[in-house]
Design a protein around this ligand. Sequence first.
Ligand code: HEC
Ligand code: HEC
Length: 198
Amino acid sequence: MGTKIKMMSAAVLTSGLLLSGAATAAGASADALGYTCAGCHGFNGSSRGPATPHLASASQEYVVEMMTGYKDGSIASTIMGRIAKGYSDEQFALMGEFFAKQKLTKPKQEFDAKLAKKGAKLHDKYCEKCHAEGGSSAEDDSGILAGQWVPYLKYTFADYHGDGRKMGKKMKKKMKKMNKKEGDAGIEALLNFYAEAK
Ligand code: HEC
Ligand code: HEC
C-alpha cells in the first residue's frame, strides 16, 4: 500500500507544482507590471492621492483603452502619456488583467447628503445604463465612478467638456440632455453621489 500511495502523491505533487509554476509565471508578469504603477495608483489599484484615479476593479478593456489613448495622445494627461509610451499592447493587456482582479477600497470623501440624493436620481436617469450599480460596475468597460476620487472626476468632466477627452456618442447625448436640464448643478450633485459611495 505504502508505495502506491507514495507514487500517487508524488504524481499529484508534481502536477500540482507544474500547475502552480505555470500560474506563477503567467501571474508574475501581470503582477510585476501592476506593481510598477503602485507608487501612484496604490499597491492594489486603490490610489491615495485625489488627483490619481483608482484602477482597482476597472475592466481590462477599459484599462487597455485608456493606456492606448494616452499613448497615442488622443486622451489628454499630465503624466500618463509619458508612462504609456514605454509599454506595448501586450503589456497593457497584462496591466488590465491585474487591475480588473483587484478589489477597490473606497476612500472616505466629504459629501452633502442632500446633493448626493439628487445625484443618485440623476445617475439613474442619465448614466446608470452604462455605469451600472450606481457606477460601481465595470461591465460596460466604462470605468469606475462610485468611490472614484472627486478631484479626478472633476478634471475628467472638464476634459470631456473641453477637448481633452472624447465622449462616446451615446454618453455625449445623455450628458447634453442632463446639462440642458440641470446645468453645472447636475454635475455637482453627481459628484456628491459618487463621493458618498461606500
Ligand atoms: C507618477 C504617477 C503615476 C504612475 C507611476 C502611473 N500613473 Fe496612471 N495615472 C496617473 C495620473 C495623474 C492619472 C490621471 C491622468 C493624468 O493626468 O496623467 C492617471 C490615470 C490613469 C488611468 C486612467 C484611469 C481612469 O479611471 O480613467 C489608467 C488606466 C492608468 N493611469 C494606468 C496606469 C498604469 C497601468 C500604470 C503603470 C504602468 C500607471 N498608470 C502608472 C498617475 C500615474
Ligand atoms: C451609452 C453609455 C454611456 C452613458 C449613457 C454614460 N456613459 Fe460615461 N462612459 C461610458 C464609457 C463607454 C466610458 C469609458 C470610455 C470613454 O471615455 O468613453 C465612460 C466614461 C465615463 C467617465 C470617465 C471615468 C474615468 O474613470 O475616467 C465619467 C466620469 C463618466 N463616464 C460619467 C458619466 C455620467 C455622469 C453619465 C450620465 C450623465 C454618463 N457617463 C453616461 C459610457 C456611458
